[in-house]
Design a protein around this ligand. Sequence first.
Ligand SMILES: *[C@@H]1O[C@H](CO)[C@@H](O)[C@H](O)[C@H]1NC(C)=O
Ligand SMILES: *[C@@H]1O[C@H](CO)[C@@H](O)[C@H](O)[C@H]1NC(C)=O
Ligand SMILES: *[C@@H]1O[C@H](CO)[C@@H](O)[C@H](O)[C@H]1NC(C)=O
Ligand SMILES: *[C@@H]1O[C@H](CO)[C@@H](O)[C@H](O)[C@H]1NC(C)=O
Ligand SMILES: *[C@@H]1O[C@H](CO)[C@@H](O)[C@H](O)[C@H]1NC(C)=O
Length: 305
Amino acid sequence: MKSMSTDSSSFSAYELASPSGTGRAKSRSIGSDSSTGQRDVTIVVLLLTIIALSCLLVYKSVDKPLQEMLPQWKTNLYSQNQTSLKTIQQTKPVSELERVLMNAAMEDNTVIITALNYAWTAPNSTFDLFLESFQTGLGTKKLLKHVIAVCLDSKAYDRCLQVHSHCYLINATDSDELSGKKLFMSPGYLKLIWRRMDLLKEVLSFGYNFLFTDADILWLRDPFPRFFPEIDFQISCDLYNGKPSDKNNHINSGFTYVKANNKTRIFYEYWCNSSERFPNRHDQDVFNSIKNEPFVLELGITMRF
Ligand SMILES: *[C@@H]1O[C@H](CO)[C@@H](O)[C@H](O)[C@H]1NC(C)=O
Ligand SMILES: *[C@@H]1O[C@H](CO)[C@@H](O)[C@H](O)[C@H]1NC(C)=O
Ligand SMILES: *[C@@H]1O[C@H](CO)[C@@H](O)[C@H](O)[C@H]1NC(C)=O
Ligand SMILES: *[C@@H]1O[C@H](CO)[C@@H](O)[C@H](O)[C@H]1NC(C)=O
Ligand SMILES: *[C@@H]1O[C@H](CO)[C@@H](O)[C@H](O)[C@H]1NC(C)=O
């Protein structure tokens, strides 16, 4: 290939531009007249070079897609063959959650997540106000396309699909139980809170940063410029003592910004796991119980309040 491209560099467009008549005339004279024959050979070599180079370029540009396209092609071919279909899906599964994340993510893989049950999605209620705030807020309109509404029951999901482009229905066999109004700290409320925590853990494990926002927060300004850029975990507070690094601040998990990395992924796993050690407690209580445990301190996760 190298020698061919060296050759081609010594030929110029001038030779390609030579009168078309000569090309035709000379093709007949190959072998008889040595000088014109050589020119024909050079033209043939030139053409071959161009063809070979363009083939190489095309090949290089499709190099990867080709490999990725192949399984899809196979999927179509064997679409009625359950066995082979299954094998292909196992090699590259894309879950519904991943699909929603991909569609909603910003360029830096950040998503805004809120959680809904049907009680909050009734027309003219919380969710409508929440969405409207993005339209009215300063610099918030552009963020709306990154908001994922995580629905805890199918009624909320149906309603979400009518008014918003990124909806995700949590797989819940007990969705009826999750759908109504929940009194603070009732068993249904706790179930809902921990279901939400599991989901956020999953989001991190897929490598997406998230800003979780309760749906009863109105977005009047873009909060992103306000966050500390290098911090793993930033969370709002019910009671704030003015010291952003102080773990004694009393957290409120309704507004939480988390960068996806190994520390946060493991922290969320640990936080969710700890709900079993501290039964009948909500996420904030469990957070307070584990925040100074050796496991968390050794993890080295950075936090701001
Ligand atoms: C379906 O898959 C099985 C197992 O891979 C294979 O033996 C069979 O030939 C396939 N059938 C068709 C129609 O491709
Ligand atoms: C929603 O609220 C507005 C203002 O209060 C009212 O005009 C409208 O009829 C309500 N729509 C529904 C569907 O309840
Ligand atoms: C949905 O949840 C049920 C139990 O809650 C579980 O058995 C099932 O495997 C889950 N389905 C998916 C697709 O995750
Ligand atoms: C995160 O953990 C995975 C496996 O647990 C490891 O392969 C990877 O190197 C880790 N990344 C960093 C940045 O520590
Ligand atoms: C959480 O629990 C699961 C299942 O028991 C376990 O595999 C995992 O290692 C635990 N993770 C942490 C960080 O404690």
